[in-house]
Design a protein around this ligand. Structure first.
Ligand SMILES: NC(=O)c1ccc[n+]([C@@H]2O[C@H](COP(=O)([O-])OP(=O)(O)OC[C@H]3O[C@@H](n4cnc5c(N)ncnc54)[C@H](O)[C@@H]3O)[C@@H](O)[C@H]2O)c1
Ligand SMILES: N[C@H](C(=O)O)[C@H](O)COP(=O)(O)O
Length: 348
């Protein structure tokens, strides 16, 4: 245990759905000694589930339960856990979430938000949840993103997935594809472009970000032959964002915008719907990409994958994305702390 001079950001790491791969990837990621040089990870979750995952992974890490974030060891070889549920190991059947595991899973997230809002955690890093299990547990949100936004009081927020410099930001998230055209509107897109621009500067340290905007229709509708959302909704948003000083180009045909993105032309591409952005992102970066919620008063990163029930309990899941999420959260925490110090100095 180090004292109050410990400048490593404390990360509240939620265990996610304990019947999925969350507990295993936590054990594996936190077995990497190097991570402890960057951050103080505190797991929020279920002790029997973590013990079970430790056995599955053949890990010898010591599990240290603590109620006080200030009392963790945060050293390689020990995993600190704030115990928020105690579902017996027998009650945890891999791939079979229950009402109790669903409710417990949301409890970890809510506690993490409290810690972050109270300044006891510098960031929240979430292991995967199943949206169906969330509903089973009595919480009717599309995912973490909306729950976190509501609980932290964020009015404007967005989902970004970042695989290195290949970043995509979603204009619509979890909704039926048929609803996408009706959900797109110019004012929301302008706000999303401004938020993306701001986050790229503040959290990613990019001085003058370059943002591409994907079209919705084939060939960006080819002058109205294949739809009108480009002319009616997207182009006006791009024009308004440009007038506000955002360095943005689009709407560009979605079948080639990611080729240009991959070649380094953009710092982020705003996409119109979930799979438009996440297919190229996961094709190129599954296993090292990070889900970042933009616009929250707290920092939140997450993995680029789901609960992988087909893998849970066999110890073969890849912890790469969780490691990347922990590293990025630590980096963002340092960036925000530096920003705050700058503001404080400026106001002295
Ligand atoms: N961050 C999150 O909380 C998050 C992200 C995506 C999906 N989900 C949820 O997860 C559930 C399952 O979704 P899905 O089946 O579409 O996606 P999934 O990512 O769980 O699984 C898709 C495929 O990828 C594999 N895979 C996933 N993670 C892996 C890892 N770490 N290592 C190796 N292989 C891995 C799985 O075995 C499966 O074959 C859904 O309820 C979905 O909503 C949650
Ligand atoms: N759309 C994300 C993905 O496919 O990886 C994922 O479902 C995350 O959703 P939340 O962060 O809102 O739970």
């Amino acid at each position: 245990m180090r004292g109050s001079d410990d400048h490593r950001p404390l990360l509240a790491v939620t265990m996610g759905d304990i019947t999925g791969i969350g507990p295993e990837i936590i054990i594996m990621a936190l077995s990497e000694a190097e991570l402890y040089g960057l951050c103080r990870p505190l797991v929020l979750g279920d002790l029997p589930a973590l013990e079970k995952a430790r056995a599955v992974c053949g890990s010898r890490a010591r599990l240290h339960a603590t109620d006080d974030p200030g009392s963790g060891f945060y050293q390689p070889g020990t995993i600190d856990i704030m115990v928020l549920s105690d579902l017996t190991a027998d009650a945890v059947s891999y791939g079979q979430p229950t009402r109790d595991s669903g409710a417990a899973m949301v409890g970890y997230i809510l506690r993490a938000v409290e810690l972050a809002l109270a300044g006891q955690a510098a960031a929240v890093v979430t292991a995967p949840i199943s949206k169906a299990a969330m509903h089973l547990g009595g919480y009717h949100y599309p995912g973490h993103t909306e729950l976190l936004a509501e609980r932290s009081g964020a009015r404007e927020f967005a989902m970004m997935l970042a695989g290195g410099a290949f970043r995509v930001v979603l204009a619509t998230i979890h909704c039926p594809l048929r609803e996408v055209p009706g959900r797109l509107n110019t004012p929301d897109l302008v706000r999303l472009l401004a938020l993306t621009n701001h986050s790229l500067m503040m959290d990613f340290g990019i001085q003058r970000p370059s943002i591409g905007v994907a079209a919705l229709n084939p060939h960006a509708s080819e002058g109205g032959l294949f739809g009108d959302e480009e002319a009616r909704v997207i182009q006006p948003a791009v024009d308004q964002a440009l007038a506000r000083g955002v360095n943005v180009i689009g709407p560009l045909p979605a079948d080639t915008i990611f080729v240009r993105h991959q070649r380094g032309e953009f710092d982020a591409v705003v996409v119109m719907y979930h799979d438009q952005g996440l297919i190229p992102l996961k094709l190129l970066h599954f296993g090292d990409a990070v889900n970042v919620t933009l616009g929250l008063p707290i920092i939140r990163t997450s993995v680029d994958h789901g609960t992988a029930y087909d893998l849970a309990g066999n110890g073969r899941a890849d912890p790469g994305s969780l490691k990347a999420a922990l590293r990025l959260a630590a980096k963002m925490a340092h960036a925000r702390a530096k920003c705050r110090q700058g503001h404080e100095r400026g106001s002295e």
